[in-house]
Every structure is written in structure tokens, then in C-alpha cells.
Design a protein around this ligand. Sequence first.
Ligand SMILES: Nc1ncnc2c1ncn2[C@@H]1O[C@H](COP(=O)(O)OP(=O)(O)O)[C@@H](O)[C@H]1O
Ligand code: SF4
Ligand SMILES: [Mg+2]
Length: 350
Amino acid sequence: MTDTAEEVSRIGSRWQPGPDGLLLDVRDLQVEFRTREGVAKAINGVDFDLYEGQTLAILGESGSGKSVTAQAIMGILDSPPGFVTGGTVEYCGTDLLKLPESRRRTVRGPEISMIFQDALSALNPVFPVGWQIAEMFRKHRGMNRSDAMREAVRLMERVQIPGAQQRAKAYPHQFSGGMRQRIMIAMAIALDPAILIADEPTTALDVTVQAQIMQLLADLQDERKMGLILITHDLGVVADVADRIAVMYAGRIVEQADVFDLYANPGHPYTKGLLESIPRVDLKGQELSAIGGLPPNLLAIPPGCPFHPRCRYAQDVCKDGAPPPLREVGRNRYAACHFAEDVLREGAHQ
Ligand SMILES: Nc1ncnc2c1ncn2[C@@H]1O[C@H](COP(=O)(O)OP(=O)(O)O)[C@@H](O)[C@H]1O
Ligand code: SF4
Ligand SMILES: [Mg+2]
């Protein structure tokens, strides 16, 4: 069977989540980049899960491993130099890491799809946007040209592109950044995926447009009961839409909690620092960081807790041995810090 025939025949036989709605179960994921300078340990044992209708935000500074995590799930890691060296990525009970590329290709798009920060480079500059969306329906759903175009326009209307019928004939460079991101979203949801991964989808946009795109993603997620993974370095952007937050540092998840609990009272010093660094409106334009120092060099991650050189709570116990494991520190919340209870207690009294 050709790839297209296989994909068409799979419609109606979508992968089914577990009885509890579990879509994605990532366990002990490890990724390294083998470079001329050495081995960069980009992902060092990441665990999380995602349920139908849930929005998980993955938050962390630049270089913490957010995009690499997404690429490993999607099977689009730049390899070489990147290699998955351990762990599992179970989608509806099947470890995607064990599937041959020919089967993984059938997962990308119809089951799990992704949008990126830079919509302009992700779209093809030489084809009208309507045509590019319609191609998804032709390729994956076997639709004829006119049906596919009708679906494309319908989808452009759904992502609130004004004058969709006419705008379908325009090229990517004729759209504003925000409108291009809407087109990317339309393409990503065209095949009704169970999971949408949005990697910094609004970083390149101005604040008002950011909020509109986030609202659109939240509405679509709600309407389609997708599992949504929102990757961001900006806690402010996801506060209103995420259910749960996983905070990454040096290729590990250092805190995981429901969004309200995490905001109200962080359990890891790094999260606390990120919360303190949310830019204030009255200081617009100023780059704020309450966390001194730089993220570690992944070629030489410090022993002990990787955050210790920057941590105001650090004690001798933090400086060597194995990194503190992610452990339960409250109801449905986890932190990887020897002193999480102290951090939580302190937060609660403020
Ligand atoms: N193509 C690559 N080649 C070498 N190293 C890479 C590559 N992509 C990512 N890395 C390494 O992985 C780390 C995490 O990258 P990434 O996941 O893109 O960070 P972010 O959290 O900003 O999305 C980077 O700091 C870098 O060391
Ligand atoms: S384990 Fe120690 S160094 Fe790491 S975050 Fe906790 S207090 Fe800071
Ligand atoms: Mg990134």
C-alpha cells in the first residue's frame, strides 16, 4: 500500500486513548547532541503525561530543552547530531520511538501535529495559502480539488481570517505575522489531530495579537477536545489557558503542578525566580530577570542540583551527587528540590 492509500484507509480507525483519556505518556526521555565540542545532554529524563482536553504548558528559559522535547515526540529531531538515548514516548499505548519512520509519518499530522514560532519559514512561499491548506485534504483525505479548497476556506474562516474566500488566493508574504500564525494553526488542525504541540507560537507577535492567538488555540482545544502542549519561555502568556505546567531546567522537569497551585505558591526556587521575573507593564521594554547567572553549559552540567550555582536556597547537599529527583511535594504536584517544602512554606506566608 502506498503511504497515501494507507493514510486514507486509516480514517475512521483513529488511535484510541486509554479509558482515562490518556493520550501521551513520556517517560525518562533522554536526548543528546553529539557535536565536535562534545556531547550536549539536552534532555535528561523527562516525564509527563497528557490527557484528552488538557492543556499542558512547558515553560523554561531558552536552551532548557523545550523544543528538543517536542521534536523527539514528533520524530523530527535533527539527527545527527541529535539522538534519543533513552526513554519512551507512548501515544495511545504505543511507543512512538520504536516505530519505523514509515509509520511515524502517519502519526505526524493526523494524530499529533505541531506549530512553530516562525510561520513564514514553515509555509511554502510559492503557493497560495488556501492551496497549501487544501493540499492537506487532498493528500490525507483523498478529496478532489474543489472539495479540498472549500474545506480550506472553511478552516480559514474558523481561524478568523477575514475575507477567507479571497484571502485563500494570497501568498504567505501578503499576510501579517498574526494572520500567518492563524494559517499555520489551520494547517495543524486540518486533520483533526488528537494532540497539538505549539512551540512558542506567539513569541514573534505583539502583545495584543499574542493574546488573540492564545484565545484561538484555547477555543479550538475546547471545541475539539485536543490535548494541547504549549511551549513557552513566558509564563505570562500561558497563565490563562494552561491547566497544568511543567517547568524545565537543563533538560529536566523541575516542577510540575496545576497552573493555579504553581502561580499561587511555587515549590521550586527556579519557578519562584521565573514568577518574579514576569515583566511588569510599567517597565515595558525592559528585559527583566530575577534569576542571576546563566543556564548551564549542557556539555558540562554541574553536579548535584543543576540549578545550584544560581539558587539562593542552595546548601552543601545541593552541590554534589545525583540531581534531586522530581518527587511529590503536595496534592498532584511535584518538585525536584531538596528544600521544596521550605520553598512552599515560605511562599504561602507571603
Ligand atoms: N541542532 C542542534 N545541534 C546541537 N545542539 C542542539 C541542537 N538543537 C538543540 N541543541 C541543544 O539542545 C539544547 C536545548 O535546545 P532547545 O530544546 O531548542 O531549547 P529551548 O528550550 O530554547 O527550546 C540547546 O541549548 C542546545 O545545546
Ligand atoms: S536542590 Fe538545592 S540548589 Fe537545587 S533548587 Fe533546591 S535548594 Fe536550590
Ligand atoms: Mg525552543
